[in-house]
Design a protein around this ligand. Sequence first.
Ligand SMILES: [Fe+2]
Length: 152
Amino acid sequence: MNIGRRVVNILKTMLIYELSSQKPVSACQLKAELGVIGTENIDLREVMNLVSSGKYASFDEIIIDDQTPKELLNKFSEEHLHHDEEVRYFLEGKSIFDVRGSSDEWIRIEAEEKDFITVPANLYHRFFAIDKKVKAIRLFTDTDGWQPIYRE
Ligand SMILES: [Fe+2]
């Protein structure tokens, strides 16, 4: 038994909080109030099982690093929504998802390796890479529905 690894898994908790007050938000609250699902310690195998089950029509891998064009980064970080859910599995690096709460406040989710996040359709959000290199898998139920619609 690898005790060290078990301890790391127990201690790791996805950080979720209301941005302006820094007040913590639980993953249960996030799901119940906004339909945002944040799950941690997910294995890549489980994600690939989801793909092969047919739940998602397609997937790709995205790498954000110092080669990424600024225009692309801006597309992610500007507040927007999609008519389909946005699903991400993080393979490497730390990044941030901000989602709009029920009173239009920002709820911040700090995502890192092995986190799996689903942002439901029609919920405004934005995304930032924190580490110099972020690698994630994007899963799509319908690529047409996934176009960003920016907030006016
Ligand atoms: Fe998005």
